[in-house]
Design a protein around this ligand. Structure first.
Ligand code: GDP
Ligand code: IMO
Ligand code: MG
Length: 447
């Protein structure tokens, strides 16, 4: 029997994913879309993510808490696929509370999330240092312990959020895990060992604060959907950083693609109705790894310098400068296939304002052959020479434009051609960091 007061039609759900190497503007778009959603879910990654929201000129950077938190009354879920650093989570909650955002009553953290502990951070940093000195070359991780925490999950020995409720169980698992990591730290990683007592005592203190927010997230999502709530699945990182589909080994340690939204949130794939791919109008990458359309950025007056400075391309989490280059439609073609993108949101169009010529990579030359999709092998990607299509730029400003027809003709032509090359329709265009600087063509929540 239907409960009184509940809507009878199940909700409609949207998955937001990055289609490049992260930092495409996912946070801004998730915040914008959340006026149509009652719940926002993170399903992978951890606080290696940095999602920026600008609301009426005020900037907020989120790392672990879903970008729906800035909309009053929206429920926010951290799904089982996310690795949770409990100390970081608490500090992010407190940071939001300090600016007047109510968090604890509407944040639900899956009991199944693996925990990131201080030794994961130590191992992450020590490995990077060793890779550098040994000449193997750094991955360029964010140093947040993401990789080592996922390794423990897959090795079936991780501490999980649910262990925070059971001090004795927590202590026993922690003792074993710490011994294992200390062996690696003091052995081949040539770093300091960590002590049990401070880690345990601190974790138990944080646990007291987090316990009220622990939940069976998959079941809550199922109920919310059944009762008519629209859900938004918020991807972190980007498709080319995906552990399976990215530019391995220069990737993160989770599946960032849309298909993982179901497994990482604890729902069935039938709940993923629309996949919105977020694509920056050019390309950026933080950390090491191949990047066919990369441009030199140091020289003022060059396109690389323009993208870096006008686009303010600096990492939210680490403050590192992001590498910049032209849009790569051949890379995006692969991204569309892997994610099953229903529609695109092109972001940061305004950063291209004032360029005389705009280029888009439409394929590569590899070993004397022409290919039109990014190859899978990192060495092949390094050997790829981009083939570019060229477009005339525009002198008018697109910053803050909210109507398609108000865009300069050359900007419209550029977007239309890009859409044809990528093979997915443009649903939205973002013309500025602020929530309202958005052009809507087809609403992802419209049935
Ligand atoms: P995310 O990780 O995908 O959420 O992206 P980040 O927040 O790391 O990086 C995107 C940056 O671009 C942030 O500083 C945003 O405020 C900013 N941004 C987002 N959309 C636009 C846009 O359309 N134009 C401009 N100029 N900035 C944007
Ligand atoms: P958002 O969600 C851009 C990159 C790191 C490094 C690689 C591995 O803001 O788009 P990790 O710490 O995950 O082991 O680092 O992945 N990386 C990101 N790059 N945006 C992100 O997130 C990223 N999260 C991780 O720079 O190259
Ligand atoms: Mg980011």
């Amino acid at each position: 029997m239907q409960q009184q007061g509940k809507r009878q039609t199940p909700g409609r759900n949207v998955v937001v994913v990055g289609t490049q190497w992260g930092d495409e503007g996912k946070g801004k778009v998730v915040d914008w879309l959340t006026d149509h959603a009652q719940g926002v879910v993170r399903f992978q990654g951890g606080h290696n993510a940095g999602h920026t929201l600008v609301i009426n000129g005020v900037k907020t950077a989120l790392q672990l808490i879903p970008s729906g938190i800035m909309r009053e009354g929206v429920a926010c879920y951290i799904g089982n696929g996310v690795v949770v650093d409990p100390t970081h989570l608490l500090s992010e909650i407190e940071r939001l509370e300090a600016i007047g955002v109510e968090v604890r009553s509407r944040l639900f953290v899956s009991e199944s999330c693996p925990l990131i502990m201080p030794f994961h951070v130590a191992v992450d940093k020590a490995r990077e240092a060793l890779r550098e000195t040994s000449g193997a070359g750094k991955i360029g991780t964010t140093g947040k312990g993401i990789g080592p925490a996922y390794e423990d999950k897959v090795a079936r020995r991780a501490l999980r959020v649910q262990d925070l409720k059971h001090p004795q169980r927590f202590a026993a698992k922690l003792r074993d895990l710490l011994a294992l990591h200390n062996e690696a730290l003091t052995g081949y990683l040539q770093a300091e060992a960590l002590e049990f007592d401070p880690i345990f005592e601190h974790a138990m203190k944080v646990a007291e604060q987090l316990k009220p927010m622990l939940a069976d997230v998959g079941y809550l999502l199922h109920c919310a959907h059944r009762d008519g709530a629209n859900l938004l699945f918020e991807g972190a990182q980007g498709t080319l950083l995906d552990i399976d589909h990215g530019t391995y080994p220069y990737v993160t340690s989770s599946n960032c693609v849309a298909g993982n939204a179901a497994a990482g949130a604890g729902v069935g794939p039938d709940l993923l109705h629309y996949v919105l791919g977020i694509t920056k109008a050019y390309t950026t990458r933080v950390g090491s790894g191949p990047f066919p359309t990369e441009l030199p950025m140091d020289e003022p007056g060059t396109v690389g310098h323009h993208l870096s400075t006008v686009g303010q391309e600096r990492g939210v989490v680490t403050g590192r400068p992001r590498r910049c280059g032209w849009l790569d439609a051949a890379l995006l073609k692969r991204s569309m296939i892997i994610n099953g993108v229903s529609g695109l949101c092109i972001t940061k169009l305004d950063v291209l304002d004032g360029l005389d010529e705009i280029k888009v990579c439409i394929g590569y030359e590899l070993n004397g052959q022409r290919i039109d999709i990014l190859p899978l092998d990192a060495d092949d990607i390094i050997a790829c020479k981009p083939i570019y299509a060229s477009f005339p730029g525009w002198t008018e400003t697109t910053a803050g434009v909210t109507e398609w027809d108000a865009l300069p003709e050359n900007a419209r032509r550029y977007l239309e051609t890009v859409q044809q090359h990528i093979g997915a329709p443009i649903a939205m265009v973002s013309t500025g960091a602020d929530r309202d600087h958005t052009i809507l063509m087809r609403h992802p929540y419209a049935a």
